[in-house]
Every structure is written in structure tokens, then in C-alpha cells.
Design a protein around this ligand. Structure first.
Ligand code: RP5
Length: 169
């Protein structure tokens, strides 16, 4: 499913609170690439660029995005504030913080009040990968070609798992 093919807007926006989050969120981008889903990465900080956050979230649906993946660390208010400002589905990725290993990020993102949902993934790289796969699975509900690519991705992963452990690993 394309976001807004006419304007070139991809279906998935990957937003993050800081340049420092890209080391984690690049795994979202790479996984979306692997299953053929177009995306756009943007730095949008709830605290340092609140006006940018407001403008992005209020305009995201009209612009043509279908799903927003938001990664942030520490006092990670970006996913929740974005969800409060849009009707698009928002998936949150808790970035692993230095001080508290991402527990702070996880708690900040997962404990949303009833009524404003954020689909919260695992801390760090696994969450970044799974946010991409979850977004792709949603888009695949209306895109048979993407559904086939997701099945192939899963089958390739399954085939890559050895039955026995090796001594050299
Ligand atoms: C959050 O603060 C960002 O999402 C990032 O994870 C964290 C630290 O940001 P930097 O100080 O590295 O820019 O807003």
C-alpha cells in the first residue's frame, strides 16, 4: 500500500527524538527496506522541537502517511504526544538509554492513559525491527504483494536457524 503515491509520501514515517536515536531506528528503516515498504525518517523532538512535533503530527494523516513509528529514549514523550495529536496508528520504540538501559524509555512509552493508544515494542534493536514488521503486517492487510514478501521474509528467517549450535559461535 502506498502512502500518497501522487505526492511521493511513503506509507510509514519513522520519527525519532534525536540524531542519537538513529543508531536504533535505522533497524526499522532497514527492515522496512527488506520487505519493500517505503518510509521517511525524521527527527522530531517532543522537548527540543515541540512546534515541529505539533505540525508533523497534526498534518501527518492529510499528508498521506498511514503509520507512524516513533522512537525515543529517556523521558520518551514523543510517541505518546504524537498519538495524542493524530488518528493514525502509532508504534513506539523505547530507545536504550545510557543511564537506565531503556527502562525509563519503556515506562514512558508503554504507560499511556486509556483512550490514547501507543503500540509499544521492546527496548532497542528488537523493538525497532518488530515495529517495522508490525507496520508492514498492517499495510499487508490491503496489499497482497506485500503479504507475500512478508511471508518470504519469515520463511527465510526460519530457514536460517540451525538445528544444532556450533562450537565456533
Ligand atoms: C530523547 O532524549 C531522545 O529520544 C534521545 O533518546 C534522548 C537523548 O537525546 P540526545 O541528548 O542524545 O540528543 O529526547
Amino acid at each position: 500500500m502506498s502512502g500518497n503515491a501522487a505526492s511521493g509520501v511513503p506509507p510509514v514515517a519513522i520519527i525519532m527524538g534525536s540524531q542519537s536515536d538513529w543508531a536504533t531506528m535505522r533497524h526499522t528503516a532497514e527492515t522496512l527496506d527488506a520487505v519493500g515498504v517505503a518510509h521517511e525518517p525524521l527527527i522530531v523532538s517532543a522537548h527540543r522541537t515541540p512546534d515541529r512535533l505539533y505540525a508533523f503530527a497534526k498534518g501527518a494523516k492529510a499528508k498521506g502517511y498511514k503509520i507512524i513509528i516513533a522512537g525515543a529514549g529517556g523521558a520518551a514523550h514523543l510517541p505518546g504526544m504524537t498519538a495524542a495529536l493524530t488518528m493514525l496508528p502509532v508504534f513506539g520504540v523505547p530507545v536504550e538509554s545510557k543511564a537506565l538501559s531503556g527502562i525509563d524509555s519503556l515506562h514512558s512509552i508503554v504507560q499511556m492513559p486509556g483512550g490514547i493508544p501507543v503500540g509499544t515494542l521492546a527496548i532497542g534493536k528488537p523493538g525497532a525491527i518488530n515495529a517495522a514488521l508490525l507496520a508492514a503486517a498492517c499495510l499487508a492487510l490491503h496489499d497482497e504483494a506485500l503479504a507475500a514478501r512478508l511471508e518470504a521474509y519469515r520463511a527465510k528467517q526460519t530457514a536460517s536457524i540451525a538445528e544444532r549450535p556450533r562450537d565456533d559461535h
